[in-house]
Design a protein around this ligand. Structure first.
Ligand SMILES: NC(=O)c1ccc[n+]([C@@H]2O[C@H](COP(=O)([O-])OP(=O)(O)OC[C@H]3O[C@@H](n4cnc5c(N)ncnc54)[C@H](OP(=O)(O)O)[C@@H]3O)[C@@H](O)[C@H]2O)c1
Length: 318
């Protein structure tokens, strides 16, 4: 595994991190979830990303992860970077959503109980809140660091200008913003229009989520929808309607470019993100442990020629 410095902080993260959005809920097979954590950690993936609402049901991914850590990884806590977040709907009433201090502080306390941890390494505000003053949300993050309940804090899904504002407010409070977690893949390149520049200027790391576009940027949907795929088993965030003929044509052409580089499309999709030095880590999901060992192979080739970049850009334009 390669480890990359997170912005200008003292912390290094693995070039590939594992997210627990899917496949760790109470609805999933516990032995498989455990296998995923073992495979990741045994292959140098030291960073595990959670959020209060991951499941289903919401909260259950933290419970399942907490159970695994308590029983099998207690002695390895200092070798792990564990994150959680709050920002989406979690409980009823006006205090279980968005960005108030009341919600964020209560939510982190709940997450720590579910995961049986004393602290998280990184706590994120999960999405910007248009109604709560940014100062209040950032003060809540800063408080968590002062209380020792989070070692570092970050933001997720913030656009370039609001990210810059949040980073500055935190700095004025004496707290550094460690990292930003945006969606970024060959299919969704919004971060290239300003956000990555802001993060570089501010010395903040970047950990893109859904780098495989939830599995679309692999060869799995080229010949239909496999029964064990996210579209077939969950179908909520990635739907059959996303697997359009137009997308399949693009995926198929990208697959040919990957082959010419001696890679599978999943590898190329990850290495295409990691070619940018402003990226700290790519945050993958996995339903099977073999996907983790497979995705790590992306690190064997993260260099792209100008011709390859141009060709990929052309293909993505459709
Ligand atoms: N901050 C936010 O708002 C936010 C939002 C979304 C996600 N996230 C974070 O990002 C993490 C990753 O998101 P994601 O799960 O959408 O990421 P992703 O890596 O784009 O998609 C993961 C899915 O791709 C398939 N896959 C993975 N490796 C593969 C391989 N080598 N070959 C073939 N297929 C492969 C699997 O799908 P199958 O199930 O089809 O096998 C897997 O479940 C989440 O767990 C979460 O921590 C954050």
């Amino acid at each position: 595994m390669q480890y990359r410095r997170c912005g200008k902080s003292g912390l290094k993260l693995p070039a590939i991190s594992l997210g627990l959005w899917h496949n760790f809920g109470h609805v999933n097979v516990f032995s498989n979830s455990k296998d995923l954590i073992y495979t990741a950690f045994n292959n140098g993936i030291t960073h595990f990303d959670l959020a209060n609402n991951y499941g289903p049901p919401p909260g259950s991914a933290e419970e399942v992860f907490g159970k695994i850590i308590a029983s099998d990884f207690r002695n390895y806590r200092d070798e792990m970077i564990i994150s959680s977040k709050a920002g989406y709907t979690m409980w009823d009433g006006p205090y279980g959503d968005w960005g108030s201090k009341k919600y964020l502080v209560s939510s982190l306390d709940q997450s720590l109980k579910r995961m049986k941890l004393d602290y998280v390494d990184i706590f994120y505000h999960h999405r910007p809140d248009p109604e709560t003053p940014l100062e209040e949300t950032m003060a809540a993050l800063s408080l968590m660091v002062q209380q020792g309940k989070a070692l570092y804090v970050g933001i997720s899904n913030y656009e370039a200008l609001e990210a810059e504002k949040a980073i500055h407010i935190l700095k004025e409070m004496g707290t550094s913003c460690l990292i930003h977690q945006p969606r970024y893949s060959m299919f969704d390149r919004w971060v290239e229009n300003g956000l990555l520049d802001v993060l570089e200027n501010e010395g903040v790391g970047c950990i893109p989520f859904s780098p495989l576009a939830q599995g679309m940027l692999t060869d799995k949907y080229l010949n239909g929808i496999p029964a064990d795929s996210r579209v077939a088993t969950s179908g909520v965030f990635l739907k059959e309607s996303n697997i359009t003929a137009e997308n399949i044509q693009i995926i198929s052409r990208l697959n040919e470019v990957a082959k010419s580089r001696g890679q599978k499309l999943a590898h190329m999709a990850l290495s295409w993100i990691l070619k940018d030095k402003r990226i700290t880590s790519v945050l993958i999901g996995a339903s099977k442990s073999e996907q983790i060992t497979d995705s790590i192979k992306a690190l064997n080739n993260i260099e792209f020629s100008t011709e390859e970049i141009t060709l990929i850009d052309q293909i993505l334009k459709g």
